[in-house]
Design a protein around this ligand. Structure first.
Ligand code: NAD
Length: 500
């Protein structure tokens, strides 16, 4: 039972806060203390029906609002996000355990996205091409899709939703969003910025709850034209199947198993800095986290001792404490899962260099930065996403083998190579199967104005970030105008006398 003083939140539908129809609430737990922080609605299909109806009702007016005016709402929301950045970051850090500095980065990414998406209101470019007939012109315009269903994970509870919601809105769609049940409050504060900025009622509706009961109802709803999802590959597959049957458009951003290749000529200090940040930043709970370190030749001798010493020294603790370097995992369940992977790795022959032990003193869900060496190709730890502070080290002979290892997982999100050899860098960029490749930088650190996403089981070909999502959130309409005053038949009347 939750203590009575725990704040309780509502859904937000058609501009008003609403109780869930079930009357039930779920507890949100502080992962660094194990205590209940807040209560959020445990919504079901009835709440989703109301939210979709509100979004459907708001669609015609929002779709016909000039796109630059839609963009201006986003600019005003950006101002509010800026003013509230610290307050939102504190809530975010507390509810999902990310260090405060990183939590500010999460909100900053939403701010950057708001500026970009707001300005897209003055672009949303169509194209024109010459007609094959005289006195005839053709061009394309972008039209919104309708109601978009948004489903997101807890690890970037503000940034990732912003990548979806802000482009969807500026394109003229209306939205129903189900935030992750583990970290819903920071998302609610983000949405509040949009409502306070003057977004009309019904244009963005938020329903909270569990994936299987609330999320699944949103996915299945016949009045939702498109779905955009960030989460696990297993749930992504369910969504794709359901959306496929209903011929809904669906964008999936799923798991990763991201490699860093360290070449023999890598700058050892830079490489250690990059791998530490990539593997243990956000306690490894990023879809782009460095999960595999592929050591080429004898480079391990120059990298591993320092890497292990520094990993061991990283300070675990309360994410709001500025001296802390690694916060907790999001839940007890996630920590069990991570520890299970480490034990499986050891059973399969890996060698533990540091970490790998459950802390016994802290009340929260902490797990120490863990490095396992000599992880076998094809073993569980080499192939599966862990989503925690666990780095699998693999050793290879040369760049060709490193790229083969990098590519032999089912995922393809981020990747990196540390080298001073320009040829090796370009070969890696060309041959690594991933949506993102960094050279001499960690696998994490995407910027809001570049496309973001992955290949293979990381997604289904769409990209978020930068200019890419505007394709997803609009339909193209092609317009022809014939001002010749006569019937002109394409492919026939322009062939000339010679062909007649
Ligand atoms: P998850 O798939 O369990 O949940 C994600 C969201 O889907 C949550 O809102 C959840 O409530 C909802 N959901 C769960 N089951 C559902 C169902 N049957 N129908 C509809 N909705 C459902 O993922 P998670 O464990 O919360 O997040 C971690 C995963 O997210 C990792 O695999 C990580 O790599 C991935 N991720 C990917 C990216 C990316 O951009 N590629 C970014 C962040 C996280």
């Amino acid at each position: 039972m939750s203590p009575p003083e725990v704040p309780s939140f509502r859904n937000h539908i058609l501009g008003r806060d609403r109780e869930p129809r079930s009357g039930l609430y779920l507890d949100v737990v502080d992962p660094s203390r194990g205590t209940v922080l807040s209560r959020f609605p445990r919504s079901d299909a009835r709440d989703v029906d109301e939210a979709v109806a509100a979004a459907r009702g708001a669609f015609p007016a929002w779709a016909s609002t000039p796109a630059p005016a839609r963009g201006e709402v986003l600019f005003r929301a950006a101002e509010l996000l800026k003013q509230r950045k610290d307050a939102i970051a504190r809530v975010l850090s507390r509810e999902m355990g990310k260090r405060l500095e990183e939590a500010r980065g999460d909100v900053q990414e939403a701010l950057d996205t708001a500026w970009y998406a707001g300005s897209e209101g003055r672009r949303l470019f169509g194209r024109t091409a010459p007609s094959e007939l005289r006195e005839k012109v053709g061009w394309t315009v972008r039209r919104p899709l309708g109601v978009v269903g948004v489903l997101t994970a807890w690890n970037f509870p503000v940034a990732v939703p912003s990548w979806k919601i802000l482009p969807a809105l500026v394109c003229g769609n209306t939205v129903v969003w189900k935030p992750a049940e583990e970290a819903p409050e920071s998302g609610a504060l983000f949405a509040q910025c949009l409502w306070d900025a003057g977004l009309p009622p019904g244009v963005l509706n938020v329903v909270h709850g569990y994936g299987e009961e609330c999320g699944a109802a949103l996915v299945a709803h016949p009045d939702v034209q498109a779905l955009t999802f960030t989460g696990s590959t297993a749930v992504g597959r369910l969504l794709a199947e359901s959306a496929g049957r209903a011929l809904k458009r669906v964008s999936l951003e799923l798991g990763g198993k991201n490699p860093v290749i360290a070449m023999p000529d890598a700058d050892p200090e830079l490489c250690v800095d990059g791998v530490l940040w990539g593997a243990f930043g956000t306690a490894g709970q990023r879809c782009t986290a460095t999960s595999r370190l592929i050591l080429v030749g004898d480079v391990g001798d120059r990298i591993l001792p320092a890497l292990v010493a520094r990993a061991r020294a990283l300070r675990l603790g309360d994410p709001e404490d500025p001296t802390v370097e690694v916060g907790p995992l999001v839940s007890a369940r996630q920590r069990e899962r991570v520890h299970g992977y480490v034990q499986t790795g050891l059973r399969e022959g890996a060698e533990l260099l540091c970490g790998g032990v459950l802390p016994v003193t802290e009340p929260g869900f902490f797990y120490p930065p863990t490095v396992l060496d000599r992880v076998a190709r094809g073993s569980t730890l080499a192939m599966e996403e862990v989503f925690g502070p666990v780095l699998a080290v693999l050793r290879v002979r040369d760049l060709d083998e490193a790229i083969a290892v990098a590519n032999e997982v089912p995922y393809g999100l981020s990747s990196s190579i540390f080298t001073r050899d320009v040829n090796a860098a370009f070969r890696a960029v060309e041959r690594i199967e991933a949506g993102i490749t960094y050279v001499n930088a960690p696998t994490i650190g995407a910027e809001a104005h570049f496309p973001f996403g992955g290949v293979k089981c990381t997604g289904n070909g769409h990209r978020e970030g930068g200019w890419a999502p505007y394709e997803f959130f609009t339909e193209l309409k092609t317009v022809y105008v014939d001002y010749s005053g006569t019937l002109q038949r394409a492919q026939i009347d322009n062939r000339g006398d010679a062909e007649r």
